[in-house]
Design a protein around this ligand. Structure first.
Ligand code: FAD
Length: 433
């Protein structure tokens, strides 16, 4: 006799955990399957965790959630060869008793979240890979097959939260192959360092934290970004670029990370730190136009597997948690109404997504990935020219300011031409409106 659940959730990342917890909390019979040895074993994140979405799912999460530092300052830096220009935003308001963002170590968070699911009554089995979706004669998904012996399990609905590769949806024909221009490859290291050094170097006290988002010469003209985050006793540093660019480029990701660590502006911040962990992972960055079919007869897809990632704002885990919660709420509502889990009824999940920040934000930035992919000047010519302009402007050398202005303008026109500059400005507006 094949075992049957109300719902099966595949994956124990933020999207799967949000779905499984929401279902279990409402008393549904939920099974969560995770291929890793434990939840978080396979997972990689920068990582910043945004409180708002977790708070909707577990309102008192701050009581025991193993966060690192709460973020009080955001820096955005454009790196040149040996310099940077940037902006900082720091606020005491972020020191409230309910901070808005935290740095995290993903493995710790995933383990904690999974514990909550078990406490809520969810059944979680690790070291189990779902190999296939099972469908009935009409094509409706009715369960999953796993790599365990006799591993066929049935459910009213299957929620795929299996991350960016979304292998199950692809194998079943629900999704197309990932296009290399829609996926970034990111590499990161966690570097152990004395917490006192973190506080001195970043101007912090207690558990305050800083995040630095980085663009510019370090991505060697490829579409990509880098980051440096402060944890309690470590720093996380990473860099990622589109796979399509890595394919063409001469530089491998690990070398790019080494160059970032040795950049004259970054090096003093991480000096003396020891590498604790190295990881590489993909990030879905195709945006709105890459979002696949999100539901069908007996199935829904959430999180990275649904391509929910806002690369412009480096948000992924919050979209993952929100979509997991919305998929679970759809299941709960249908269950309570005694309705079948067919595509027509599961369309309610898409409606929730459309009404939320997830689809609204992805739609706002729908042109961004294409424009960035086709206009590499934003990652090469501009960082170069802008940092050189800043250097000229802030060097006091008896050259009068009007002459400096003219020289700076000339340097931009030389790199891009007047028409090029106007065109780029229009493209930037189109990319973010
Ligand atoms: P995942 O976290 O990938 O989880 C999928 C889970 O499914 C995994 O546990 C996997 O083992 C399991 N699984 C896969 N296939 C199977 C299978 N067949 N059977 C069973 N289990 C399976 N987001 C932020 O919000 N802030 C950040 O600072 C940030 N930084 C990032 C930095 C890097 C370097 C990377 C790579 C990503 C970053 N993200 C960040 C994005 C964020 O990590 C993802 O958006 C988020 O993890 C997506 O969650 P998910 O649950 O959908 O997928």
């Amino acid at each position: 006799m094949v075992e049957k659940f109300d719902a099966i959730v595949i994956g124990a990342g933020p999207s799967g955990n949000a779905a499984a917890y929401t279902l279990a909390k409402q008393g549904l019979n939920v099974l969560q399957l995770e291929r890793g040895e434990y939840p978080g074993a396979k997972n990689v994140q920068g990582g910043i965790m945004y409180a708002a979405e977790l708070e909707k799912i577990i309102p008192d999460f701050r009581e025991d959630c193993p966060t690192e530092r709460h973020i009080i300052e955001q820096r955005v830096w454009l790196l040149g060869d040996d310099n940077y220009i940037g902006t900082n935003y720091r606020s005491e308001a972020f020191n409230s008793d309910k901070p808005n963002r935290y740095t995290i170590i993903r493995a710790n968070i995933d383990k904690w979240f999974s514990e909550k699911i078990r406490e809520a009554g969810g059944l979680q089995i690790c070291e189990t890979t779902v190999t296939e979706l099972i469908r009935d004669a009409s094509g409706k998904v009715i369960g999953v097959r796993t790599d365990r012996e006799g591993g066929e399990i049935h459910a009213d609905v299957v929620i795929m939260a299996d991350g960016v590769n979304a292998l199950l949806a692809r194998r079943t024909g629900f999704q197309q192959e990932l296009a290399p221009q829609n996926v970034a490859l990111a590499v990161k290291e966690i570097l152990f360092i004395d917490p006192e050094l973190i506080q001195q170097r970043f101007g912090l006290k207690d558990e305050e934290g800083v995040v630095i988002e980085i663009m510019g010469k370090v991505t060697k003209g490829m579409v990509g970004t880098a980051f440096l985050y402060t944890n309690k006793e470590s720093l996380t540093i990473g860099i990622g670029c589109l796979i399509s660019d890595f394919k063409e480029g001469a530089i491998p990701p690990y070398k790019m990370l080494e160059d970032l660590k040795n950049h004259p502006v970054i090096k003093p911040l991480i000096e003396g730190a020891e590498m604790k962990e190295y990881a590489a992972h993909m990030i879905p960055e195709g945006g709105y136009k890459a979002v696949p079919q999100l539901y069908g007869d007996g199935w829904m897809v959430v999180g990275d597997a649904a391509h929910f990632n806002n690369a412009a704002h480096r948000e992924g885990s919050n979209l993952a948690m929100a979509s997991g919660r919305m998929a679970a709420e759809t299941v709960i509502e249908l269950k309570q109404a005694g309705k079948p889990f067919n595509a027509a009824n599961l369309a309610a999940y898409k409606k929730k997504l459309d009404d939320s920040f997830i689809m609204k934000d992805l739609k706002k930035y729908r042109n961004l990935p294409g424009i960035m992919h086709e206009n590499k000047q934003f990652f090469g010519a501009y960082p170069d020219t802008l940092t050189a302009a800043a250097h000229s402007w802030f060097t006091v050398d008896s050259v009068d300011k009007r002459t400096k202005e003219k020289e700076i303008m000339k340097s931009f026109v030389k790199k891009r031409s007047i028409m090029g500059l106007v065109g780029d400005a229009i493209k930037l507006v189109r990319a973010v409106r």
